[in-house]
Structures are given as C-alpha cells and as structure tokens.
Design a protein around this ligand. Structure first.
Ligand SMILES: Nc1ncnc2c1ncn2[C@@H]1O[C@H](COP(=O)(O)OP(=O)(O)OP(=O)(O)O)[C@@H](O)[C@H]1O
Ligand SMILES: [Mg+2]
Length: 78
C-alpha cells in the first residue's frame, strides 16, 4: 500500500545522540527501496551535507536523495 509522502523528523536536544546517523540510515533505506528522499538539514555541523558530498565524490551518491540546507546550516563554514 502506498502511504504517499512521509515526513520524518529526527531531532534531539542533546548533541551527539545519533540524530544524523539515523537520518542518513533512513534516507539510505528508503532510496534502496526506490523512494525519493529530501533531507532538510538544519544542523550547523553539516554532517548530512558532508555525507552527501562524500558519496558524490566516491561515485555512489543516489540521485533519489536530495539535500536542502535550511536555517543555520547554510551559514556554516564548509
Ligand atoms: N547506534 C550507534 N551506535 C554507536 N555509535 C553511534 C550510533 N549512532 C551514532 N553513533 C556515533 O555517535 C556519534 C554521533 O552521532 P551523530 O553525529 O549521528 O549524532 P548527532 O545527534 O547528529 O550529533 P550532533 O549533535 O553533532 O548533530 C558519531 O560518531 C556516530 O558515528
Ligand atoms: Mg547531527
């Protein structure tokens, strides 16, 4: 059954709790099943952005996964 668009919020007030890791795992799992994914990264640490870039550089970035930088992420030093 197709449930349409799903929105999953991954956040935690405490840093280093695995939020970005879980986000990347969920995005990878969905893309592996042929789903398109848009990650809205609001984290100044830009770990998801760097993950996307590393995947692209390694030649294994999925075209199904898109990244949008929001809030303070776009102001971070890259
Ligand atoms: N299930 C897990 N088991 C062991 N280590 C983990 C697990 N999930 C994440 N980590 C490790 O914990 C560290 C922090 O994870 P992550 O960057 O995903 O957390 P975060 O909540 O996004 O942190 P930040 O506050 O910096 O954004 C990383 O080194 C990651 O590899
Ligand atoms: Mg994070």
């Amino acid at each position: 059954m197709d449930y349409g668009i799903r929105v999953v919020l991954v956040m935690n007030r405490k840093g280093g709790s695995g939020a970005s890791t879980l986000c990347r795992a969920l995005a990878s799992a969905a893309a592996a099943r042929g789903k398109t994914v848009t990650i809205f990264d609001t984290d100044a640490s830009t770990s998801c952005l760097r993950w996307m870039r590393a995947g692209k550089a390694a030649g294994n970035r999925s075209s199904l996964v898109e990244m949008i930088h929001t809030l303070d992420a776009h102001r971070a030093e890259l």
